[in-house]
Design a protein. Sequence first.
Length: 187
Amino acid sequence: MSKSKVTELPKKTDEELKQAQEAAEKERQAAKEAKVSAKLAAYPMRELESDDLFEVLEICERLNVADLVIEFLAERDKSSIKAQQAKGLAAIAAKDTENLSKVQEMQSKITDIQNELSESSFEIIGKIVKLVLSNISIIRPELNGLLAKLTNKTVEDIGEMKLVTYVLLIKAFFAKPELKELSDLLF
């Protein structure tokens, strides 16, 4: 009877495992973003214009979103502080190139902060979308009219969209950089 040799695979370090998990998460996120982009490809939104402001404000007024705006502003302040922390860690890491483990630790902290900032902004957008969807009967005509204008479609086209695409379009609207810039200017 011959003994078969079992070859042991090299064990991965905690850092290698963490990097593999991060890479897998990035792949999942990229696949999800590709799916969303494919669903929204038929509905590209133009940049917001000054006349759109009045419709956006009317929708916000009908939803009574003051509490969400206050929460958004508080989160934005927290995000600014965390962004400054990330910049500080990056500056320290750039200066201390001799201590590789310390640099890697700081880069890991920077990545964690960036991920937290991203999650925080998506959480606020998610709350806004949830508020919009739970009150859709109140704002449907205004929202569908605005989405139709922004996508160069008819109100009927917007009303006949598949549900998932409709929700993704609403989410994409509230994630528009112009809305963030507007809130920065107003608040």
